[in-house]
Design a protein around this ligand. Sequence first.
Ligand code: UDP
Ligand code: MG
Length: 309
Amino acid sequence: MKKVTILIPCHNEEQSLPITYDRIAAMAASQPQYEWEFLLVNDGSTDGTLSQMRQLRQRDTRVCYIDLSRNFGKERAMLAGFDHASGDCMVILDADLQDPPEVVPQMLQYWEKGYDDVYARRTTRGKESWLRKKLSVTYYRLLQRMSQADVLQNVGDFRLLDRRCIEALKTLREQERYTKGLFAWIGYRKCEITFERGDRVAGQSNFGLMKLLKLGVDGITSFSTAPLRISTVLGLVVSLATFFYMCYFLVKTWVLGDPVQGFPTLIVVMLFLGGVQLLSLGIIGEYLGRIFNETKHRPVYLIREKEGV
Ligand code: UDP
Ligand code: MG
């Protein structure tokens, strides 16, 4: 019998978790031809998520859980899940039921047809602010243009991965993780299905604007070196413009004489160049900081307790 792991990273999900479990258990009951494993990762929750996990484990031995030593973020919590999943394939689900478990049987059908990575594209995005939607569209367009990895828009972490993909992802142990990019990077046979993304069933979103911004910068810095080229391009443009400006001034001085003038020009040019230099330094700093973090070779996450895995 083939084994399917359902991986659920959880951060402060005490309200959603029991509801999510019921829905997943019902879905699993409709697929008796598979053996199931429900792998819950507690990512440093400050509420009763862990005790919920313990209760579920007592009710159902298919449930296993990993308790991380603190909040490491969803990206790292997912790696902990990849490391401990024992299934022949794995589906990553959010704990808030925004990714409906009822789509999983369809994913399994495609998996049986030989696809390694069945990802779900959302046709609706649920309740989200206008700004978040707009930023998301712009961001993916930018990332697509700057990086070689084909990171897809409206595709999240909700997907089925074959054992091959899990093993591949386990070898990618970078600290600043952008898992969406890693899915694209590993390749393998991919297939798309669509679903309607619902609203969160209970609790609040864990991703504020700052967290999303960090994830966004991680995505760009781990999949593209294009920003590093910005200073080269700006330098070229500024030098070229300066050259023409110089020619203009030489001619003007020849023809009209040279009364002392040009303070505004001077200050504008100085400030502009200062800005460009600081920007370039900042970009180099972003990459340097990440190199610094990677070279420490710390473990990506730490486990406090685990049960069933
Ligand atoms: N999550 C996590 N660690 C975090 C933040 C989020 O494991 O630091 C989990 C969270 O419990 C949920 C999933 O990641 O299962 C998606 O988070 P959320 O629903 O808050 O994000 P959104 O859907 O608003 O993007
Ligand atoms: Mg959510």
